[in-house]
Design a binder for this molecule. Structure first.
Ligand SMILES: Nc1ncnc2c1ncn2[C@@H]1O[C@H](COP(=O)(O)OP(=O)(O)OP(=O)(O)O)[C@@H](O)[C@H]1O
Ligand SMILES: [Mg+2]
Length: 253
């Protein structure tokens, strides 16, 4: 599935797909996201890594425009979030499955397709094929296994072929074979220009990202390719690097 085309900037310079500046989200006295600033280039896969409660989901929700920042701003495809215009250009797979358990697989896809103005049966069929769920299209979602529900959530996030995808721990509960296929598909989408931000706790998945963003206590503590992160942490083991760079480390770019 090729993503929707995103127009180039005048003059041929490719602008960042996603920008955040001084992004802050507080809950009472807790700074769940604490002064995050970055630019993410289009057509790349960015891995968001950090311990439980470090602010990954909150950051994704801010970027997707689903919650308002306490301070700072986020921009997707040149448009300040939240943005109605961007609704159709963003796919968001939530950490908790956002599908309707009383409906069938096909009905869920039809619903999300309608929300995003998708016509015809082809997009739903293509999305189902990606997650290998075509044989369950008439099953009530409440009767699916956890992993199958996860797969449907991904299909619903992909159905409108958005140029920007936020995936919050997309492979939790998904079996190893399909996990590999998911990642192959993410790479195909990125190669076709889709910008993907994916949170994960799985280090072999982190290694499939073009760049890693480490989050700790709401702050961006390190950013770089897997190789750069390893070099900075002085280890060949990404898991060790994650543990070593989990503290306050200057962001080098
Ligand atoms: N709606 C909310 N109200 C109050 N506190 C919240 C809310 N949402 C998140 N938090 C708090 O913000 C912090 C960051 O939570 P968040 O869900 O962003 O973490 P996370 O990095 O996604 O964690 P995990 O790896 O467990 O998914 C946590 O301390 C959490 O309790
Ligand atoms: Mg989370």
């Amino acid at each position: 599935m090729a993503p929707q085309a995103v127009p180039d900037a005048p003059g041929g310079n490719v602008p960042p797909a996603i920008r955040a500046s001084g992004l802050v989200k507080t809950f009472g006295t807790l700074r769940a996201v604490d002064d995050v600033t970055f630019e993410l280039a289009p057509g790349r896969i960015y891995g968001l890594l950090g311990p439980n409660g470090s602010g990954k989901t909150t950051l994704i929700r801010l970027l997707a425009g689903l919650t308002l920042p306490t301070a700072g701003w986020a921009e997707v495809l040149g448009t300040r979030m939240p943005s109605r215009q961007n609704l159709e250009r963003i796919g968001y797979m939530t950490q908790a499955d956002g599908v309707y358990t009383a409906l069938t697989v096909a009905e869920n896809l039809r619903f999300f397709g309608a929300v995003f103005g998708v016509d015809g049966d082809e997009p739903a069929a293509a999305a189902l094929a990606v997650v290998d769920l075509a044989d369950r299209r008439d099953s009530i979602v409440g009767t699916l296994s956890g992993g199958q529900r996860r797969r449907l959530s991904l299909a619903c996030a992909l159905i409108h072929r958005p140029p920007v995808l936020f995936l919050d721990e997309p492979t939790v509960g998904v079996d190893p074979l399909l996990r590999v296929e998911f990642w192959a598909h993410f790479r195909t989408l990125a190669d076709a220009g889709t910008t993907i931000v994916v949170s994960s706790h799985v280090m072999d998945e982190a290694d499939r990202c073009d760049e890693l963003l480490f989050v700790r206590s709401g702050r961006l503590t390190a950013r770089g390719t897997g190789r750069e992160i390893r070099a900075r942490a002085g280890t060949t083991d990404l898991e060790q690097a994650f543990l070593r760079l989990g503290g306050d480390v200057a962001v080098t770019r």
